[in-house]
Design a protein around this ligand. Structure first.
Ligand code: PLP
Length: 377
């Protein structure tokens, strides 16, 4: 099996599992209990919060644990309207569904008006159009919600510039940073934002645990009510081993960031070069040689009878890749991101390959060979 679908999810790092196991087997205390077992869990949670806050240069009071990236973005968008008085949201057509559908739902219920920023041909947000929108929306509190690393095409938003524009026009800023953590750094002292989101399973941590950064200058109210967990901000007994695992995965990723980046970028570059050489009719979706994530390569194959079943044939050959956002795999609706980029009538067959530190050059060779065989080139 060759796994080239790390933007969908990543395998748990062995070091992370090792860190989690004691909290699954022996240290099972409820962090709200005041006895020794409870205190042990509480200490582990607070240690994890400190690790994550440290890597963001945030204060520990600005990090809240959630169940996933989807919950974190729902919380940010809902709280911005309810607690910060936001009446307008500017967002892009290529957001992850957890942002895209949430804004649409909030707009449908009449809570907010959605404004869509245009894209440039390479898939980046048109910052001049963003500024035009911000200028025209100075009538009411506005939230800009733009993802940092696009999960399908890998484009990286110029977050410092967007942050500066938001500051200039008095807008709040939320960024879906689920694909960022463990691969890029954001220093929240240098880049001012209101909300950032994270999800452990994207950086070799466990599934079912995420976090939200909430800038303490603009506090918000809870979305889940109940117990006083997460300083009253997110009720529900804490997922202690998930939190411990997420912090370990976060720390591991940043400790070895440069070596991992060099390795993964090497794989992406090798695959790009080999595909260009062996299958010259292909192209790449997004700003692949510009501001782009080193772990994502989205390839557009020209239409042909062999290309039609490409993903299925790769799967049969034991190669895991993705045709678009994995979050809606099984629902054959096509990718809204690629539609926004290529237009509805595009006939290319798009496959996203996404790499991790566990992949090898040999695997790249095997995948390219298999692609040649399937496509009969
Ligand atoms: N945002 C982006 C950019 C993603 O890629 C994903 C998952 O694919 C999510 C949000 C959702 O994260 P989660 O699976 O933790 O809900």
């Amino acid at each position: 099996m060759i796994y080239f679908d790390h933007a969908a999810t990543t395998p748990l790092a062995p070091e992370v599992l090792e860190e989690m196991l004691p909290y699954m087997q022996d240290f099972y205390g409820n962090a709200s209990s005041i006895h020794a077992m409870g205190r042990r869990s509480r200490t582990a949670i607070e240690r994890a919060r400190k690790i994550i806050a440290g890597h963001l240069n945030a204060s520990i009071g600005e990090i809240f644990f959630t169940s996933c990236g989807t919950e974190s973005s729902n919380m940010a968008l809902t709280a911005a309207i309810r607690d910060l008085g936001v009446k307008h949201i500017i967002s892009s057509p290529i957001e992850h569904h957890c942002v895209f559908h949430t804004i649409d739902a909030l707009a449908k219920y009449g809570d907010v008006q959605k404004h869509t920023v245009q894209l440039l041909p390479n898939g980046h947000v048109d910052l001049a159009h963003l500024e035009e929108l911000l200028l025209s929306l100075q009538i009411g509190p506005t939230l800009v919600s733009l993802m940092h690393v696009n999960n399908e095409i890998g484009n990286i938003l110029d977050l410092p510039t967007v942050s500066a524009l938001c500051e200039q026009y008095g807008a709040f800023l939320h960024s879906d940073t689920v694909q960022t953590w463990g691969f890029q750094r954001i220093d929240v002292q240098k880049t001012k934002v209101n909300f950032l989101t994270g999800s452990a399973h994207k950086f070799h941590g466990p599934k079912g645990i995420g976090f939200i950064y909430v800038n303490s200058d603009y506090p918000v109210q809870p979305m889940l009510f109940g117990g006083s967990q997460e300083r009253n901000m997110r009720a529900g007994t804490e997922n202690v081993y998930g939190i411990v695992g997420m912090a370990k995965a976060f720390d591991l990723a940043y400790t070895h960031l440069d070596e991992n980046r060099n390795h993964i970028l090497g794989l992406k570059n090798k695959m790009m070069a080999a595909l260009r050489q062996e299958i010259p009719a292909i192209s790449f979706n997004g700003d692949v040689e510009g501001s782009s994530s080193y772990k994502i390569l989205n390839v557009a194959f020209p239409p042909s009878s062999n290309a039609d079943l490409l993903l299925l044939n790769l799967d049969i050959a034991g190669i895991c890749a993705s045709g678009g956002s994995a979050c809606s795999s099984g629902v054959d609706k096509g990718s809204h991101v690629l539609q926004a980029l290529q237009g509805k009538d595009s006939t290319t067959v798009n496959v996203r390959f996404s790499f991790s530190r566990y992949n090898t050059e040999k695997e790249v060779d095997k995948v390219v060979d298999k692609l040649k065989e399937i496509l009969k080139v």
